[in-house]
Each structure stands twice: as structure tokens, then as C-alpha cells.
Design a protein around this ligand. Structure first.
Ligand SMILES: CSCCC(=O)C(=O)COP(=O)(O)O
Ligand code: ZN
Length: 216
């Protein structure tokens, strides 16, 4: 499907969804210091050709302006004339869409996700045992165990992409960047939000559990 084949209604729905989730996450303090980026895919998914709306780079995501988003292709290149720059981390979104066919990807920096990514960096994943919110990932086993992958946080974003390619696990809809933040995704904005909220709950849980147990 080419970008021109995507209807105006589909594009407007993606922008409305982004605006809604951006406002909600802003109210939670999830975009400190202009950090974070959000995207919603538009049109059909084909690994060879897909498009998504993404937040523009460097913007204060706690305010709304007419210049908050732009549409890009699977290479992260703008598909309409614009002076806006896509998020500096657009290539990570491109790779997650390519691998998963997701409908939305949300990235936030929080103290809990940043601290926990460094605490478990030596094992390159966060172990989680039996926390009820694992069910938000559609994992229903009794006392389920999951490992949430952590990848390097290079300043050069293209360098991060191969690690995402290698470490992304289809059953875990999220990946941590070391001392940076979480990328969470889902089939649509509703599911991506549910996953992100579950990850953030789990990171706080694990942080407090480790603290109570005086680990290391
Ligand atoms: C000031 S936060 C550093 C960049 C970052 O990690 C981020 O999430 C925001 O970058 P963007 O280009 O999407 O605004
Ligand atoms: Zn970031």
C-alpha cells in the first residue's frame, strides 16, 4: 500500500490517537525534558512498505501545537513536505514495526525504567517472577517467569538497531535501552498503552522488591 492509498480519515485517526495518548502520558510526567516519542502506524502492514505517524524531534511533548507529528515510511523518511524532523529514535520504531507488524509504539523515560535497566545490565534482561501484571502481555501461566530484554544505549542510534533486531522477543512487547527508557508496542494504541503501563508497574515492583531484599 502506498502512502497515497491511505485515506485522510485513517491519517486523522492516527493523529487523534497520538494526541490523546501524548496528553495522558504528559499528565503522568512521562516526558521529562522533552524525552520520549510515540508513533502509530497507518494503512496495511507489509514489511516491504509501511507508514506511520511519529512525534517530531526535540518537541516539548507536554504541549500541543499544530507541528507535533509527521508521517514517515519504513526507512523513517518523511513522506510529505515538512520542515519537521522525525524523532531522533525513528529507526528504532522502524525496526520494531518491521519485526512485529505492530500498530503503535510508545517510548518513555522514567526513573524506574532507567534504574532497573542499569541494575540488571550485567544479565542484559530484567527477570520477573509471577507478577500479576504479566497477564497484560497475554501470558496467562500460573507464576509466569519473563525476562525483559535490555540493549545498549549508543549515542549513534543506527548502532542500537542490530541489538534490537537480535534481542527483541515476540512474546514480550517491550525492550529496555540501558539507562535510557522503554519501548513498548501493541497491535493498536490501546494495546501498546496497556503494555507500557504494565511494564512501568513491573519496573517499580521489581525495584522495590530488590530494595527490600537488599540485593547485591
Ligand atoms: C532529551 S531526551 C534525549 C532524546 C531521547 O531519548 C528521546 O526520547 C527524545 O528524542 P526525540 O528526538 O524523539 O525528541
Ligand atoms: Zn529516548
Amino acid at each position: 500500500m502506498t502512502f497515497e492509498q491511505i485515506t485522510t480519515e485513517q491519517k486523522q485517526k492516527a493523529l487523534a490517537d497520538l494526541r490523546e495518548v501524548k496528553e495522558l502520558f504528559a499528565s503522568r510526567g512521562w516526558f521529562p525534558g522533552t524525552s520520549g516519542n510515540l508513533s502509530v502506524r497507518v494503512g496495511d502492514f507489509d514489511p516491504e512498505q509501511f507508514h506511520f505517524a511519529i512525534t517530531a524531534s526535540g518537541k516539548d511533548k507536554t504541549v500541543h501545537t499544530p507541528e507535533d507529528y509527521l508521517f514517515v515510511d519504513k526507512e523513517g523518511k518523511a513522506v510529505e513536505a515538512t520542515k519537521l524532523k522525525p524523532s531522533a529514535e525513528t529507526l528504532i520504531h522502524c525496526e520494531i514495526y518491521r519485526q512485529t507488524g505492530a500498530g503503535a509504539i510508545f517510548h518513555v523515560h522514567t526513573v524506574f525504567n532507567s534504574v532497573i535497566s542499569e541494575w540488571f545490565w550485567d544479565r542484559k534482561s530484567v527477570p520477573v517472577d509471577g507478577v500479576e501484571l504479566i497477564k497484560a502481555f497475554n501470558i496467562w501461566d500460573e507464576e509466569a517467569h519473563i525476562d525483559i530484554p535490555i540493549v545498549s544505549n549508543f549515542a549513534n542510534i543506527p548502532q542500537i538497531v542490530p541489538e534490537v533486531t537480535e534481542r527483541l522477543q515476540p512474546e514480550i512487547p517491550g525492550i529496555l535501552l540501558r539507562k535510557h527508557g522503554i519501548y513498548a508496542w501493541g497491535a493498536n494504541p490501546f494495546e501498546a498503552k496497556r503494555h507500557l503501563e504494565a511494564f512501568e508497574f513491573i519496573f517499580e515492583y521489581v525495584y522495590r522488591w530488590e530494595l527490600l531484599n537488599g540485593r547485591k
